[in-house]
Write a protein that binds this ligand. Structure first.
Ligand SMILES: Cc1cc2nc3c(=O)[nH]c(=O)nc-3n(C[C@H](O)[C@H](O)[C@H](O)COP(=O)(O)OP(=O)(O)OC[C@H]3O[C@@H](n4cnc5c(N)ncnc54)[C@H](O)[C@@H]3O)c2cc1C
Length: 809
């Protein structure tokens, strides 16, 4: 065994093998993989090997597409048979909502070049004669689906990596990990020590235990999962003889099951409601290529549906029942990337669909390690999307929810209940008393809208407009015509202090820093000029800054800042040590002025001012800006003051007709002001030139990514963020949810990033990227919303107050 290596990958399941392979592909060959038993000894060996490209997140779908396309290549290069069966797959819908979901999935796939077809139930029956047509109304057919041999694939990755110089040590257990002061690692195994520059936790079923070796509690949990294989069936033999090929795969929403041919019989797997976590606290190291005891009673409800939907199964004998554990993160997507706060420590775990996702996970992690950037949009998989709040019990609640909803639709306006409420701010009870309908993000509850008194605070889930529509319209009117009050604690807040802070930030930010007492907007870029983050920067002193950013990116962004930290600078995540309320609308100044002795007249307190003032008796930091684009203030206080602040402002606002507004109204208001948002318009795959962040770009100073920006400005961006005015279907109006394709001249040319109905302006608006040469004001496009192409006109300026007079008034 080597005593040192550039990388030690811990775990020889399909994911670890893929990481090892991709590292060698990118030229890192001094890499080793350590596996405690045999390759595939965890979840991998008993997987059903199914693979598909369909995923609710188009960026994950793209990585799945890459994975599925990789198998022929590794099979050829390694000489190892991967058992590839590309039979195509049907996703079957039994009702209108599911059909809508399939249409949206097909549409999302279009701009990724996926060739998926919507077919009728009769056509589905022709392709899959085992199904009973009466239970379905249609299906999505995807040619890029099939199944592989899990062991063959893992060995093929391993063989290709070995050919390139990687070494694999089986029957070798990593028992301890210790970091040296220089950031390198001592990896203890039962066969000796390896000194490594980097470690990768691909421990699958034991990823949590490997994390604990360094004091890390990863949000990952294993669930029991069952599938059964029937004896050979005459119906299957007949189909094979008649067509010369195997049956396609089937995913059946109503039955919460998947079905495919296995040899001469059928394989049927379920995601049952009565799901059961496996080893919820500690995975035993003694577990080795074992299966769990099957429990057919648990999956009986799914089997009942299966026997109705596929009657031939009812009389087929069962040859084998497999029950095995595999792992999930709270939202069902993998955990990939650098562990926040730990140098040279990477994870690739919680991969619940290793044969659809393993290749993409390996590719992006390897790029991240070798190039410092994953190279693809993997926001949905980044390990930093969870904070320390994702505890063992939270993960347990969320994973069980996620597992039992595997074949359920999550609507764009749906808020899932498990693990909530977890974080609440002091005004939670006050807002609940005002009939708040709550959502949660990054563990924190935030008000979505305020139901009318006496009515149930509940939102109907839908792809179209919900029961919130009229109420949100009223909230928007309150802001635009009188004054609105909302909670704004759900920003990420950071404080940067210490000598040298200004110089440090200036080198990170595209905009020049604001003067003391002022705020401005800025972006931070990677060296290739991609957007790492966008922030409001408030300067409290020469070397004292408050940064406000997207809350869901708090761990992601703080990892980046801390990774660039300079000597003498202190970077603090303020989290809920700072709570906020925001006043917005033409009456905002009058309300706030009535409770503070400081003059708020524009000449004394102009737009983008940030100062420490007293509001009533409450010490606060007040920024004169809001995301509504109206006259307004964000008022930041220590949490113990937030309730008193709420009561004070609510009382003071009564003569001015103050109303509460929530996140839905805020999203509507920001759309009519053409304000983009993190994770939608601004993501690490876009550049500030493409995103038209020109006001935040000042080329008068050096910053990370500047050369790339200048180069892109000189050559012109290939794509540009457009702002669209959409004409919805008058019969059944629906607004965009994000990720819809944009059509032009009969071709898909781009995609929607986000949008909303702008209630006050009465327009359905959206943002989306299109080729720059098409981004001409007034140009007509079509946006595909729930299977319908709706006209969309490209606008050049905000539909409300393009000169920005309201916020400067
Ligand atoms: C019944 C069932 C059916 C499934 N069907 C499908 C399917 O159809 N399609 C699909 O895509 N996915 C399917 N899966 C899921 C799939 O099995 C997983 O996504 C995949 O196996 C995860 O691979 P992994 O490499 O992350 O983890 P694992 O396979 O668990 O690999 C982790 C490896 O790390 C090793 N290890 C851990 N700790 C250490 C240590 N300290 N030292 C050394 N080695 C260590 C373990 O021994 C193990 O071999 C199924 C799972 C089950 C249970």
């Amino acid at each position: 065994m080597k005593s040192s290596a550039q990388v030690v990958v811990i775990g020889g399941g399909v994911v670890g093998a893929s990481v090892l392979y991709h590292l060698t592909e990118l030229g890192w060959t001094d890499v080793v993989l350590v596996e405690r038993k045999e390759l595939t000894a965890g979840s991998t060996w008993h997987a059903a090997g199914g693979m598909h490209t369909l995923n609710g997140d188009p960026n994950v779908a793209k990585l799945q597409q890459y994975t599925v396309g990789l198998y022929r290549e590794i099979e050829q290069r390694s000489g190892q048979n991967c058992g590839i069966h590309m039979n195509g797959g049907l996703t079957l819908a039994g009702d209108r909502e599911r059909m809508d979901w399939l249409r949206m999935a097909q549409a999302r796939g279009r701009y990724l070049g996926m060739d998926m077809e919507i077919i009728s139930a009769a056509e589905a029956k022709q392709m899959f004669p085992l199904l009973e047509e009466q239970y379905f109304i249609g299906a999505l057919f995807d040619r890029a689906e099939g199944h592989v041999d899990p062991t063959g694939v893992t060995r093929a990755y391993a063989a290709c990596a070995r050919q390139a110089g990687a070494e694999i040590y089986q029957r070798t257990w990593v028992s301890d990990l210790r970091q040296r002061p220089d950031g390198t690692w001592d990896v203890s195994t039962d066969a000796g020590e390896i000194h490594a520059e980097h470690i990768v936790n691909a421990g699958g079923l034991w990823a949590r235990e490997v994390g604990r070796m360094i004091g890390l509690e990863l949000p990952v949990l294993a669930m029991e999962h069952m599938y059964l294989i029937t004896e050979d069936m005459a119906e299957v033999a007949e189909y094979n003889a008649a067509t010369g090929h195997e049956l396609p795969m089937g995913m059946d929403f109503d039955g919460e099951l998947y079905i495919r041919q296995e040899g001469g019989g059928m394989l049927l797997g379920t995601y049952e409601q009565a799901c059961v976590p496996w080893s919820p606290r500690q995975t035993p190291w003694t577990f080795d290529q074992q299966l769990l005891t099957p429990d057919l009673d648990r999956i009986a409800p799914s089997l009942e549906v299966a026997f109705k939907h596929y009657p031939a199964l009812a009389s087929a004998g069962i040859k084998n029942v497999i029950n095995g554990p595999f792992t999930f993160a709270p939202d069902g997507n993998p955990l990939v990337g650098p562990v926040p706060g730990v140098r040279n420590c990477w994870v690739a775990c919680a991969v619940m669909a290793g044969f659809s996702q393993g290749g993409g996970v390996g590719l992006t992690l390897a790029h991240w390690m070798v190039d410092g950037d994953p190279g693809e949009d993997i926001w949905a998989m980044d390990v930093a999307r969870f904070g320390t709040w994702a505890s063992l019990a939270y993960t347990n609640a969320k994973v069980r929810e996620n597992y039992s909803r595997r074949f359920r639709i999550t609507f764009p306006n749906e808020e899932l209940p498990a693990g909530r409420p977890l974080h609440t701010t002091p005004v939670y009870d006050r807002l609940t008393a005002h009939n708040a309908v709550w959502g949660a993000s990054f563990g924190l509850e935030h008000p979505l809208w305020f139901q009318r008194p006496g009515e149930e605070p509940r939102e109907d889930v839908t792809f179209r407009r919900s029961n919130a529509f009229g109420v949100v319209a009223d909230e928007c009117t309150a802001v635009r015509e009188r004054v609105g009050l909302t909670e704004c604690s759900n920003f990420a807040k950071y404080r940067v202090t210490g000598a040298g802070s200004a110089d440090w930030l200036q080198r990170l930010f595209t905009n020049r820093l604001p003067r003391v007492g002022r705020i401005n907007l800025t972006a931070a870029l990677d060296p290739d000029g991609h957007i790492v983050g966008e922030f409001s920067v408030a300067r409290a002193g020469a070397d004292d800054f408050f940064l406000f950013g997207s809350q869901i990116a708090e761990a992601h962004h703080s990892r980046w800042f801390l990774g660039h930290l300079a000597d003498g600078v202190r970077f603090d995540v303020l989290a809920l040590s700072l709570a906020g309320l925001s006043l917005a609308g033409p009456g905002a100044r009058d309300v706030l002025q009535s409770v503070t002795g400081v003059s708020l007249a524009t000449e004394d307190y102009p737009f983008m001012t940030f100062r420490r003032i007293d509001v009533g008796m409450i010490p606060a930091r007040v920024g004169r800006m809001t995301y509504t684009g109206d006259l307004g203030y964000e008022i930041w206080v220590a949490p113990e003051y937030q309730r008193a602040l709420f009561d004070l402002l609510w009382q003071a606002g009564q003569p001015y007709g103050i109303g509460l507004f929530g996140f839905r109204a805020l999203m509507s208001l920001r759309m009519e002001k053409m304000f983009g948002t993190w994770a939608r318009e601004y993501r690490p795959v876009y550049t500030p030139v493409q995103a038209r962040m020109h006001r935040s770009l000042k080329l008068d100073h050096d910053f990370i990514g500047r050369a790339a920006v200048e180069e892109e400005m000189a050559r012109g961006p290939a794509r540009t963020l457009g702002y669209f005015d959409i004409t919805p279907d008058p019969a059944e109006p629906a607004d965009v949810a994000g990720d819809e394709p944009i059509w032009h001249d009969g071709k898909v040319v781009g995609w929607i990033t986000s949008g909303a109905y702008a209630h006050y302006s009465r327009r359905s608006l959206a943002f989306g990227y299109v080729p720059t040469e098409l981004a001409v004001p007034g140009a007509m496009f079509e946006v595909e919303i729930i299977g319908q192409r709706r006209p969309a006109r490209l606008l050049s300026e905000p539909v409300l107050d393009p000169a920005g007079q309201r916020m400067r008034a």
